[in-house]
Design a protein around this ligand. Structure first.
Ligand code: HEC
Ligand code: HEC
Length: 199
């Protein structure tokens, strides 16, 4: 085979295989990946939530909440700046992309006793809307998946609803948060971050 033909063949192969090995498929996704990672599991940056496998509708809603100020980017203004300029179809594209990634867990160290205390608090106050990612209802759950989310982000997000920094969009959730007793939040955070995926 002539050299140029070999090159042509190689070029065809690399085009064929590019979508599989390319880190992210658009400049926008490359920006998201700087903080959330190509796989949605984060880059280890403080206060950046894991977003892999969150149902697309929830990702879209969360992005729109940052755009219209219902949620604020207290620690990382660039998150809000990045999503502010996205078109409707770009929001749909990034949501679909991260929804399609496998949801893992932050795998942080947790206190077992606090985690089981947290499970009781969860069952009483949160499980109606926030279900385990392994549950059959995960795709249709009312709330965003919290199991496996990073502890520092969870603590911050829960505090933000309670302090009013983040608008509570579901009255029923505000009510449950209002019923928490001292120590419950710490227990809940330990419970959520003790989650490990089924396999
Ligand atoms: C500079 C870092 C950074 C960049 C770039 C960034 N994010 Fe974020 N993202 C964050 C941080 C930090 C938060 C939490 C913000 C808060 O609530 O204070 C967040 C929150 C989110 C959430 C909410 C997750 C949840 O669990 O509710 C989604 C969804 C999200 N980002 C998607 C994106 C997408 C899609 C892009 C690209 C268009 C993007 N982010 C770009 C840092 C970033
Ligand atoms: C009636 C349903 C409902 C109940 C009960 C509920 N939530 Fe939520 N929760 C939601 C919805 C819907 C969202 C997404 C909307 C939003 O961003 O506020 C949400 C979002 C959250 C978030 C932000 C997630 C993220 O990734 O940024 C946290 C944290 C949270 N809830 C914690 C709790 C805790 C803790 C409890 C129990 C004490 C609870 N919720 C009970 C419906 C509920």
């Amino acid at each position: 085979m002539r050299r140029s033909q070999t090159h042509l063949l190689l070029a065809c192969f690399s085009i064929l295989f590019l979508p599989v090995s390319a880190p992210a498929s658009s400049p926008i996704l490359e920006t998201c990946a700087e903080c959330h990672g190509v796989d949605g599991m984060g880059q280890g940056l403080a206060m950046v939530p894991l977003i892999a496998g969150i149902p697309a509708e929830h990702i879209e809603d969360a992005i729109l909440s940052y755009v219209d100020g219902v949620r604020r980017c207290t620690h990382e203004p660039r998150m809000c700046e990045t999503v502010a300029s996205l078109s409707e179809s770009e929001v749909a594209e990034v949501a679909e992309y991260y929804a399609g990634k496998t949801r893992g867990a932050s795998a942080e160290e947790t206190d077992g006793e606090l985690a089981s205390q947290g499970e009781r608090v969860y069952n009483e106050h949160c499980s109606a809307c926030h279900v385990s990612p392994d549950s059959e209802e995960a795709a249709y759950a009312v709330g965003i998946p919290l199991h496996g989310q990073r502890a520092d982000y969870l603590r911050y997000a829960i505090d933000a609803y309670i302090s009013g920094d983040r608008e509570v969009q579901f009255e029923a959730m505000g009510q449950e948060l209002g019923e928490l007793r001292p120590g419950d939040i710490d227990a809940l955070v330990n419970f959520f971050s003790s989650y490990r995926p089924a396999d």
